[in-house]
Design a protein around this ligand. Structure first.
Ligand code: MN
Length: 162
């Protein structure tokens, strides 16, 4: 994992993409972007992000299909994927988890909630890969750019949806 966690944001809506990427950058994340599912799968390989935020409704290849491909590829399967959907439809979360997503959130994005999920998954990855220490500062709020330290105690465990 690099010194600054890299997030791949896969989102076809330009306004959502711009807003979320800017907000994540402000919290110290390195953000790279893809505009459809196929590009998302490609960039998961080429950019080697620490985490992927995957819109589910995407052109070319939807978020479920893209996540299945990412999770079927040994080069990318360990990258945590958070599904983002526009509506909290019954069964949506289950469908996302079945596609291999590690967590799930709904739009409109509530940043503190999403950041909690991102941080939890990055911590989980870090525990699986003890050889890296790069993201410690951000995760422990050691950096002034790191988000809202107070959030860390309130976040739900990975998989929890409130
Ligand atoms: Mn979309």
């Amino acid at each position: 994992m690099s010194a600054v966690p890299k997030v791949l944001l896969v989102e076809d809506n330009e306004m959502n993409r711009d807003m979320l990427s800017r907000r994540l950058a402000r919290y110290g994340f390195d953000v790279v972007m893809a505009v459809d599912g196929r590009q998302g799968v490609e960039m998961a390989r080429t950019e080697n992000p620490d985490l992927i935020l995957m819109d589910m409704s995407l052109p070319v290849l939807d978020g479920w299909g893209a996540t299945r491909q990412i999770k079927a590829d040994s080069r990318t399967r360990s990258i945590p994927v958070i599904a983002l959907t526009a509506h909290a439809m019954a069964g949506d979360r289950e469908k996302a988890m079945q596609a291999g997503c590690d967590d799930y959130d709904t739009k409109p994005i509530e940043l503190s909630r999403l950041l909690g999920k991102i941080r939890q998954l990055l911590k989980d990855s870090r525990m699986r890969d003890q050889s890296t220490g790069g993201v410690t500062d951000v995760l422990n709020c050691g950096s002034t750019r790191a988000l809202a330290c107070g959030l860390s105690g309130k976040t739900s465990k990975s998989g929890g949806v409130s």
